[in-house]
Every structure is written in structure tokens, then in C-alpha cells.
Design a protein around this ligand. Structure first.
Ligand SMILES: NC(=O)c1ccc[n+]([C@@H]2O[C@H](COP(=O)([O-])OP(=O)(O)OC[C@H]3O[C@@H](n4cnc5c(N)ncnc54)[C@H](OP(=O)(O)O)[C@@H]3O)[C@@H](O)[C@H]2O)c1
Length: 257
């Protein structure tokens, strides 16, 4: 049997934005477990990424932390540059930073709309452009943005969020077309409902409905999303770009009527 391209990330340097959040933590752990040296970005929760970096180092991995508000001009370029300087190279970026406030359109002012679109879409534009500028001429790389199943099926009170995630999926596909000739792959991962501490208490009805609708009968975990991101960053995915990988326990197989 001939060996195909592998799933490991040994020798890679990866940047995870929003690494202090639930999904970002799972993604960072997955990349580190697969052998990557990881740069863990946070906006405010620097204590969370410091603790995660210590955990990765204790397990024999390499991790570094950085902070930035990615809605600020030039923040993405600064973050990507700092990550590449620390690692001596930059092979993979997983962009997890995002916000998900719930607000009905009838009560939504401009500021609420703009905040969600700024973080979920405009910041992704900055991160992808900065990462691709760095990877061009240096052998390419992989960029994965975390979108959502709501990019194709909106949830109530999430018009701003669903619109931003739909645009993010299309932006990544367009970027894949432009950056492919430079060896840069750009994909999205669209999670369904991912568990976090306290979710069942905060939103029992949502958890019950999701679990009932999912053929696989459970919520997602940050590790489920991390595994998809490891795959997309790995040599095994070297012919995959412009793809939206839905990770939702099969909820998308159910009719909506
Ligand atoms: N949880 C789900 O069920 C689910 C489902 C589908 C998609 N998603 C998507 O998955 C991603 C992660 O979600 P999550 O549930 O892990 O959320 P989370 O725990 O709230 O984490 C979000 C992360 O984004 C960072 N962030 C927010 N605004 C930022 C800004 N202006 N600049 C830089 N960083 C910023 C936060 O940093 P600080 O904490 O340091 O401020 C945090 O690390 C998001 O894109 C979300 O839309 C989540």
C-alpha cells in the first residue's frame, strides 16, 4: 500500500484567533495535539490563552500568546506578523473570533448591526488578506474561517449574524479562487450548536430541540470542530479549497418543514 498525504501537522506553525473562546480552545488543542506550534490570540481573555499555552507546553507542545481587537485597522496585519516572527514561519490560520448576540430586527439599531458584521465578516477579511500576503511566495498555506450553519439557515434574532456568516462563506470561496495559484487554500467550517459550560441551563429549549433534530443525537463539542480544522490544515486536505465543511451532527439532513 502506498502512503497518502498525512493528517499530522508536525513542523507547522498555526495561528488561532479567538483561542480563548470555547471553539477556539478546542481548535488550538487539536492543532497542538497534531504537532503544530500554535499562536493563541485573544481580544480580552488573555488569562484564558495564557492558561491554554501553559497546558500545551506541559504536554510537550509549543505555544505563544498574542492579543488584538481585530476590528481595529491594521490589527490583523500586526497579529499575523507577530505570529510569523515567533514561529519563524506561518503555515496555517484558523480564524475563530466572532460574536453571536441575539436581537430581533425590530429593535436592532445601526451599532448592533455593525458590531456583528464588523467582527464576523470585516475582521475575517483583514485576517485572510494579511495571512495570504504573508504566505504568498513562502510556499503557501491553509486558512480556515469558522462560519456557521446559520450562514445557510438563519435563526430567529440572528439576521445580522446569519448575513455575516453567509457572506463569510462566499468571501472564503472567492479568496480560495484568488489565492489558489499561490498555494494558499481557504476554507470555512460551519458548526452547528456547540456545547459550552452552562448552555443547557441558559437555553434548555434550544439544547432539547437541537438534540432531537440531530441524527447523531447530541450537541457538538469544541473538539469536533477542532478535528475538522486539523484536517483542513493537514496535507491530507491539500486538494481541498473553497469548501464549506458543515459539522452539525447531521441536522442539515432534516427537512425544515
Ligand atoms: N458556539 C457555537 O455553537 C457556534 C456555532 C457555530 C459557529 N460558531 C462560531 O464559532 C466561533 C467561535 O465561537 P465560540 O462559541 O467559541 O464563541 P466565544 O466563546 O464567545 O469566543 C469568541 C472569541 O472571539 C473573540 N473576539 C470577539 N470579538 C473580537 C474582536 N473584536 N477582536 C478579536 N477577537 C474577538 C473573543 O475574544 P475575547 O474573549 O478575548 O474577547 C473570543 O475568543 C465564532 O465565529 C462563532 O460565530 C459558534
Amino acid at each position: 500500500m502506498t502512503g497518502g498525504p498525512g493528517f499530522g501537522l508536525t513542523g507547522q506553525v498555526a495561528l488561532v484567533t479567538g483561542a480563548g473562546g470555547g471553539i477556539g480552545t478546542g481548535v488550538a488543542r487539536g492543532l497542538a495535539d497534531a504537532g503544530a506550534a500554535v499562536v493563541l490570540h485573544a481580544r480580552h481573555r488573555t488569562d484564558a490563552v495564557e492558561a491554554l499555552a501553559a497546558e500545551i507546553a506541559a504536554a510537550g507542545g509549543r505555544a505563544h500568546t498574542a492579543s488584538a481587537d481585530l476590528t481595529r485597522p491594521d490589527a490583523s496585519r500586526g497579529l499575523v506578523g507577530a505570529a510569523a516572527r515567533w514561529g519563524g514561519r506561518l503555515d496555517a490560520v484558523v480564524h475563530c473570533a466572532g460574536v453571536q448576540p441575539v436581537r430581533e430586527l425590530a429593535g436592532m439599531d445601526d451599532a448592533a448591526w455593525r458590531e456583528v458584521v464588523d467582527v464576523n465578516l470585516h475582521a475575517a477579511f483583514g485576517v485572510v488578506q494579511a495571512a495570504a500576503a504573508h504566505m504568498s511566495g513562502r510556499g503557501g498555506g491553509s486558512i480556515t474561517a469558522i462560519a456557521s450553519v446559520e450562514g445557510s439557515r438563519p435563526a430567529h434574532g440572528h439576521a445580522h449574524y446569519s448575513a455575516a456568516k453567509a457572506a463569510l462563506i462566499m468571501f472564503a470561496r472567492a479568496a480560495a479562487g484568488e489565492y489558489g495559484p499561490s498555494g494558499i487554500r481557504v476554507n470555512t467550517v460551519s458548526p452547528g450548536l456547540v456545547d459550552r459550560p452552562g448552555l443547557a441551563g441558559d437555553w434548555p429549549d434550544g439544547v432539547r430541540r437541537w438534540t432531537a433534530a440531530a441524527p447523531l443525537g447530541r450537541l457538538g463539542t469544541p473538539a469536533d470542530i477542532g478535528a475538522a480544522c486539523v484536517f483542513l490544515a493537514s496535507p491530507a486536505a491539500s486538494w481541498i479549497t473553497g469548501h464549506d465543511l458543515v459539522v452539525d451532527g447531521g441536522v442539515g439532513t432534516r427537512p425544515a418543514w
